[in-house]
Design a protein around this ligand. Structure first.
Ligand code: BGC
Length: 357
């Protein structure tokens, strides 16, 4: 039976934060906090049917508000906005007006700035409809918040059905602005806290990626993956080439790049990536309406954060598949546009789907 339960998770500056537990008819259990719309845990079965929590995170609110977490800035499981990934030089120009942003990652603006959507408390409404459990999260971002123009009304709907999570993002604005929303879940298909993800077989359906400079800012080039460690068109272990001598891997400290999906004229959901864990048999497919996906392999995790089961999150012990428009699009006229105008509705969908093999 599909159920949803709501409980208090704590409070931040007197404001209540709730934790929702969605359980599907297959027994998939997804926990989401109204702080950042954060996925704090999600279970998936292995090939024997045994479930494990496969996302990195904490079981207490303090995990997400601690100085250590904020300093490390891994954004475990959070909704990211107003602009996912980096905006170079922490500024962009729209209709001739330059908008300065906080440089919260070297010279760049990362994941929406100092108080991005991951640090906001969202309004939640839950509903069970047949075998689907839905959690609708809403946030009103003020005009000028974190330097971005326009009052942005954002809605994110999580729908859990069986072992599949569908995420529908939408937004409207009252002034021309930029939007690029994503989900920052870290997966470890052998179970969170179980060590390296380098044995995970990854397939990414993109024959180009967007290379970066030493500050991890997209250069504007779309580079062919052929003959490089970035060719994941055939399933390949994440660890097979991650330490090869390659300037892009050096800049990223490993994979931390946006792949340009080979979606052609396909406008609907497109299979962006498939991850397979040979040890457990778990398979994660990521489908999206977005043109790109950031594959980040937890290069900045260093064991200093301890997860919900008491185990340290060591180097490369989680990977992210962040569906998105390309990084730094507001400064890259040749990239697909991230501009949203009044009267338009921003709409994207991403599906994370588990199975076994
Ligand atoms: C970025 C990484 C960053 C990580 C956590 C990813 O989306 O691409 O560079 O370290 O988020 O902040």
């Amino acid at each position: 039976m599909t159920t949803i339960n709501k409980e208090p998770f704590g409070d931040i500056a007197g404001k209540a934060v709730d934790l929702y537990t969605l359980v599907s008819d297959t027994g998939s259990t997804l926990r989401v906090s109204t702080l950042g719309g954060t996925i704090t845990s999600w279970t998936a079965p292995d090939r024997t049917g045994k479930r494990a929590d496969i996302t990195l995170g904490f079981d207490k609110l303090e995990g997400y508000t601690s100085d250590a977490f904020l300093k490390a800035g891994p954004y475990f499981g959070a909704l990211i906005g107003r602009y996912g990934n980096r905006i170079g030089d922490a500024r962009f120009t729209l209709d001739g007006v330059e908008y300065p942003l906080a440089a919260n990652n070297g010279p760049a603006n990362l994941h929406g700035g100092i108080q991005g959507f991951d640090k906001r408390i969202w309004q939640a409404t839950d509903k069970v409809k047949g075998s689907d459990a839905t959690l609708t999260l809403e946030y009103g971002s003020a005009d000028g918040e974190e330097g971005f123009p326009g009052k942005l009304s954002v809605k994110v709907v999580y729908t859990l059905s069986g072992d599949e999570l569908r995420i529908d993002y939408s937004a409207t604005t009252d002034k021309t602005t930029i939007v690029n929303l994503t989900q920052h879940a870290y997966f470890n298909l052998s179970g969170e806290g179980s060590g390296s993800i380098l044995d995970t077989q990854m397939q990414v359906n993109g024959s180009h990626y967007t290379p970066v400079d030493q500050y991890l800012i997209a250069t504007g080039e779309l580079r062919d993956v052929t003959g490089t460690p970035f060719d994941f068109r055939k399933p390949t272990a994440l660890g097979a080439r991650v330490n090869e001598a390659d300037q892009q891997l050096e800049f990223g400290h490993g994979y931390d790049h946006n792949w340009v999906l080979d979606r052609g004229a396909e406008k609907g959901l497109f299979l962006a990536a498939t991850a397979y864990d040979p040890a457990s048999g778990r398979v994660l497919e990521v489908l999206t309406t977005e043109p790109g996906v950031q594959l980040y392999v937890g290069n900045f995790l260093d064991g200093s954060l301890t997860g919900k089961s008491g185990k340290p999150y060591t180097h490369r012990s989680g990977f992210c598949l962040e569906t998105q428009h390309y990084p730094d699009s507001p400064n890259k006229p040749d990239f697909p546009s991230t501009t949203l105008k009044p009267g338009e509705t921003y709409r994207t969908t991403t599906v994370y789907k588990f199975s076994v093999k």
